[in-house]
Write a new protein. Structure first.
Length: 255
């Protein structure tokens, strides 16, 4: 058996939880009666570590479907989509798409987007950092150059427009949050996630601010971004929104 084949078969044996591969058992140095037990120890350790990583990254998803259901779905996910990088904090980014296609949870169509929100929070925690743009720095830009100014979003920022109220669902599962029963599941909602001062933050921006942020993400000039936002919200106040984004550290200093 070649090394690459051995590694692939060992990985599958450790992840799928099925019957042990007889050829692999024969390669273990323990006495024959102890080989399956030794392999089971390795398998349980690997699956427990990956399950713990998913449990940490998706606590709201776990609460929404229950621990037993979450464990079952997670173990299927682990078997089908093993880690691609040697870092546990990076494991789980594919779970939202997996949940979207997981037939036993089809009656919860908003669950995948809640998982995307939780993964965005995980990404924000480990994203690269950049110095935030301050009001004083923005004030130094000549007035004639403001319309063409291209602002960006912080590397940790994630903006998602969901057909479901995923921010409200997430908030209902936080200490002091509202009741899930009070959430209107037919309401669409945008969510902004970012990191400020080492802490992950999130809120649901209005339609004008969402349009502005989406335009910034596309590196549109400030004048064009403001026009897009005003078209989405007649009451959009560019000065007030910019002041809030600067205070929150959502906009990094241009490089």
């Amino acid at each position: 058996m070649r090394l690459a084949e051995l590694q692939a078969r060992m990985r599958q044996t450790l992840l799928d939880g099925g019957s042990p591969d007889p050829e692999l058992l024969a390669l273990i140095a323990d006495p024959p009666l102890q080989r399956e037990r030794r392999l089971a120890v390795y398998r349980n350790n690997v699956r427990h570590a990956l399950l713990s990583a998913l449990d940490t990254a998706f606590p709201v998803v776990r609460e929404l479907i229950g621990t037993d259901c979450f464990t079952t779905a997670a173990l299927v996910f682990i078997a089908q989509r093993p880690p691609r990088a040697p870092a546990l904090f990076a494991y789980g980014g594919e779970l939202p798409d997996f949940l979207a296609d997981f037939a036993p949870l089809a009656e919860l169509p908003w669950l995948a987007d809640v998982a995307r929100l939780e993964w965005a929070r995980n990404d924000a925690l480990f994203a690269a950092d950049r110095e935030p743009l301050s009001p004083n720095q923005l004030a130094t830009v000549p007035v004639a150059e403001l319309p063409g100014l291209r602002l960006e979003l912080h590397p940790s920022a994630w903006l998602h427009k969901s057909p479901w109220p995923i921010h409200a669902i997430w908030d209902a599962h936080q200490p002091g949050g509202g009741a899930l029963e009070a959430v209107d599941l037919a309401r669409a909602e945008a969510v902004l996630v970012w990191r400020q001062g080492g802490a992950v933050r999130q809120r649901s921006p209005g339609p004008g601010e969402s349009a502005l942020l989406a335009a910034f993400a596309l590196e549109c000039p400030l004048a064009e971004a403001a026009e897009t936002a005003a078209a989405r919200d007649p009451n959009f106040d560019l000065s007030a929104v910019l002041a809030r984004l600067l205070a929150d550290g959502v906009l990094p200093r241009p490089t």
